[in-house]
Design a protein around this ligand. Structure first.
Ligand SMILES: Cc1ncc(COP(=O)(O)O)c(C=O)c1O
Length: 338
């Protein structure tokens, strides 16, 4: 089976498991886990921020950011289909108590954002934060153009708003643009990154930003039940992913590009531009594709009635991926014309 449902399905490699087994550990609630300290310092340095905090999930990192930037009743501007609006079980409303004003597109411009900033009338919610997602998951792995992020940062400064970057796949954006993670993160106040996606770790994310905010995040993480003990075993997996798997992400992008090129040749299939490791197609009936692909040994997901998503990752890209592409194109041809 080629599992293209998500880049979260990877198995830890033997080398990653070895690094986990050998990790030096301590009680991280006492802040005594040396491997976690090392990871947090590495992330802060990579992202050019004062401090970083290891958290169990990208969802927790995003939710901490909402709680740090906004008060209950305040409003957050985000893109269409943003993960922190639509795929975090309503946590923004439940824990941070915020509401969202969403742009018409996943990757939005400063002009669009300006139109969503509330005027100061007391009967309106206060706009407090702008959140961007780079790369954009439901936008088909699209890169948020850096010029737009810089313009949004200028707007945020002018209006006294925060700017949060959901960088679950910031590693992929760096590969696609040739900009470093630090350059991509520079205009943003806080950044979340995930180790459990393209980097192939079993668990883990981080929130990075100014030291006082990350210090406040430490308390909030505990309140959410995210204080962890001998978590160096997981931090070691994240460090291993950063040092060994970031450099091979290009293979995922090449595999996705190959799949996109082959799918675009098929009648009845609309392929979104492929920028990173995600391929999205629009077809007449998504479930038929999913089922025909499964019959030929490829797993993929229907995002809605007409949209199918394929995600390349460490366990499928590279040698042998051609076979997945052949199987998939045969399945799509059969399901669209069968
Ligand atoms: C863009 C984005 N942000 C955040 C998350 C949340 O990560 P987690 O599944 O670790 O909570 C995801 C997960 O797919 C994501 O795609």
């Amino acid at each position: 089976m080629f599992d293209l449902r998500s880049d979260t399905v990877t198995q830890p490699t033997a080398a990653m498991r070895k690094a986990m087994a050998e990790a030096e550990c301590g009680d991280d609630v006492y802040r005594e886990d040396p491997t976690t300290r090392r990871l947090e310092e590495r992330i802060a340095e990579l992202l050019g921020k004062e401090r970083a905090l290891f958290v169990p999930t990208g969802t927790m990192a995003n939710q901490l950011a909402l709680m740090l930037h906004a008060r209950p009743g305040e409003e957050v501007i985000a893109g269409k289909s943003a993960h922190l609006v639509h795929y975090e079980s309503g946590a923004g409303a439940a824990w941070a108590g915020v509401q969202f004003a969403t742009a018409a597109r996943e990757v939005f411009t400063v002009e669009e954002a300006k139109g969503l900033v509330r005027s100061p009338a007391y009967w309106l919610p206060k706009t407090r934060l702008i959140a961007v997602e780079n790369t954009h998951n439901m936008g088909g792995g699209r890169v948020f153009p850096q010029g737009d992020v810089v313009a949004l940062a200028a707007l945020a400064r002018e209006q006294g708003l925060g700017l949060h970057l959901d960088g679950a796949r910031l590693w992929n954006a760096a590969v696609a643009t040739g900009l470093s993670e630090r350059e991509l993160a520079a205009p943003c106040d806080t950044v979340s990154v995930c180790f459990s996606k393209g980097l192939g770790a079993p668990v883990g994310s981080a929130l990075a930003g100014p030291a006082p905010l990350v210090e406040a995040a430490l308390r909030l993480r505990k309140m959410l039940g995210g204080g962890m003990r001998q978590v160096g075993v997981l931090a070691a997996a994240a460090l291993h992913g950063i040092e060994h798997h970031r450099s091979v992400l290009m293979r995922d992008h090449e595999a996705a590009a190959l799949l996109g090129r082959r799918l675009v040749e098929l009648p009845g299939v609309e392929v979104w531009p492929v920028e990173t490791n995600i391929v999205v197609i629009r077809v007449a009936e998504a479930e038929r594709i999913v089922s025909a692909a499964r019959d030929r040994g490829v797993l993929c997901s229907a995002i809605d009635r007409r949209t199918v998503r394929f995600v390349t990752h460490l366990d499928v890209s590279g040698e042998g991926f051609e076979r997945a592409v052949d199987a998939l194109t045969a399945a799509v041809r059969e399901a669209t014309h069968g």
